[in-house]
Design a protein around this ligand. Sequence first.
Ligand SMILES: *Cc1c(COP(=O)(O)O)cnc(C)c1O
Ligand code: SF4
Length: 369
Amino acid sequence: MIATKIRKHQLVWDDWKSQLKHRITTLEQLKEWINVTESEEQAIRESKGKYRWSITPYYASLMAKDDVNCPIRRQAVPHPEEFIAFPGAEDDPVGDTVYRKTNRVVHKYPDRVIMLVTESCAVYCRHCTRKYHTTDLNGTYFEQSEAVSWQADFDYIASHPDIRDVLLTGGDPLTYGDDKLEFIISRLRQIKHVEIIRIGSRYPVLLPQRITPEFCDMLSKYHPIWLNTHFNHPKEITPDAANACDRLLRHGVVVQNQSVLLKRVNDDLETMRSLLTGLLKIRVRPYYLYHCDNVSGVSHFVTSVEKGREIMRGLLGYITGFAVPQYIITTKLGKIPLWEEQFHCDQEGYWLENYRQEEMRVDYLKAYR
Ligand SMILES: *Cc1c(COP(=O)(O)O)cnc(C)c1O
Ligand code: SF4
């Protein structure tokens, strides 16, 4: 099946630029891969002018042709529930816009910042936390456009000596070519107090062909470099993905994983165990399990907190200690563990406490069961 598509589209399977160029962006193209259901069709029509979608041929090749509940499909193909308003949903519940200091720099924690370097991605994940700028066509985050000079971003970091950790994210930074990435990373390396550089990228999962030896060689000039990726389901741990991670690791890049707990994708213990132990087999260390943020257009993926805690109880002690991620929720006050004592529930609702002992109540959590 894949061979026919390659011939038809002159797609060079192992060339990431060719994969990007031949991404699936129309209903007709999608029908070459899966039997699209009525409701998916409706969602694709509704997406027009609202949400971006696109799927790499590689990621599409992992989708089940006839199973609408396929976890890869759920993450990549638009769904009608994206257009339903759920209780408490917000465009930016994690507060990037509150802590944004320059066009690209978000400074929320004392010693580290994120740089939102692009709004482009290989696949537009339906559950993206930053849907308001990656997937939302009417989003305004990058209203000043990517053309705005980088100087102010680098100046901000250079003038804040407390910043010792810079995390490149977006969007997906690896959508840029190696030259542009090297420009960013080398500029950061000139700043003495920046000790580590981290990259948040889903390319190892969505388009592992992006992790070329040349790219890894480039990264290894700028160590210490860490890369956090985003596997959500054991089906994503393919030989190609394993090779991509292996290349990074062999070049000294530490690879960790951040999953999101997603309804009907990975919200059961068996799937989660097989994901986490599968990651250890490819030498990727589980870091965070995010409670799904209540982002507009994403709420249909939100599970109950009890579900996440139940999964955590089934992991701790049962599987290798370092296979168990930290179960956390991102709030405007920062990331808060949902597993430890920073979380409690009373008649009034859910209370969370951040690392500065600041408390907040999160009411919408009650609505998700
Ligand atoms: C998640 C995040 C970080 C990194 O936090 P860690 O807990 O160190 O992984 C930094 N800045 C912002 C704004 C974040 O959202
Ligand atoms: S790759 Fe990351 S930033 Fe891009 S849509 Fe997926 S989750 Fe969002």
